[in-house]
Ligand binder design. Sequence first.
Ligand SMILES: *Cc1c(COP(=O)(O)O)cnc(C)c1O
Length: 367
Amino acid sequence: MKLNGDNMSRIYNFSAGPAILPEEVLQEAAQEMLDYRGCGMSVMEMSHRGKVFQSIIDEAEADLRDLMVIPSDYKVLFMQGGASTQFSAIPLNLSRNGVGNYIITGQWAKKAYEEGGRYTDAKIIASSKDKNFSYIPDCSNLPVSPDADYVYICENNTIYGTKYKTLPDTKGKVLVADVSSCFLSEPVDVTKYGVIYGGVQKNIGPAGLAIVIIREDLITDDVLPETPTMLKFKTYADTGSLYNTPPTYGIYICGKVFKWLKKQGGLSVMKERNERKAEKLYNFLDSSEVFKGTAAVKDRSLMNVTFVTDSDELNAKFVAEAKEAGFENLKGHRSVGGMRASIYNAMPERGVDTLVAFMKRFEKDNL
Ligand SMILES: *Cc1c(COP(=O)(O)O)cnc(C)c1O
């Protein structure tokens, strides 16, 4: 069964990433596919050195700066290699004393820590591994190394459905945050971070592109000597992210999503909408006799809602019946099992309403 919106061939896609994009954006891109605004060619086919692409990337950056209120002493870099490439770029670029401090709240933070350990003395200063990463550890008085170059967090834990509601006290050290799965989901105070970065395929655009927002004074030539040119932040800062051919089509789609977000009313409106959507799902989970949420209530993510029934068989039955009914990608990450509904910016509220109604029916049939 197909359910979603005006376009009857679209399903409700709850994928964690690559994930749902606004239908309006896809339609606009389709209209411009063969002939971008009278150029006679697609954005995919044009030179990244031409005037037309230059205005696409300039507008994308300007709109992102507006949306996030990015101060002028921060640079916006468009880089390749998704989020995982930043696991190396961060230690390579930020290491001065050779010490990175990491808070481990799941697999993505752990991978970043392991990669950091290849180049620096990486230290774990807090972890929630003891309860399978179902919560965010207390970060009010961390054993931050006196010579730490940065404190690293994964702000929204895509796999476990947790999010930092307050940022850690880094004791004056630079805060680095992977925001892949909460990018642009709510307003943030950019000045609290040294580096904010994310892969865009969760909440913004097509896979393969990472956006890095970095305080200017952290961009330097004084990087670890083995740093490849293509991983050096300065390479991107000095060339407006055009040192080599960037992922042009990805940047173009992200730019459209930024405009879509501005049209919706910006990030405070998205936050209200995201809170309302998540609350509907969490309220149902809290009242259900069949389903229950897996993340600590105080740390619940607005973007990734993780839940289980009390048996693997019933979980599998739910995922299969949901798929049959037009709800795709509700299976939890392979490392945790159960279910996960990713309800990013582009998921319409009626998608959540329809899912909750379906879950209620399933509950009645399986009590
Ligand atoms: C998906 C994800 C990643 C990995 O992204 P890639 O672009 O596949 O490297 C890293 N961090 C978080 C929080 C994610 O959700």
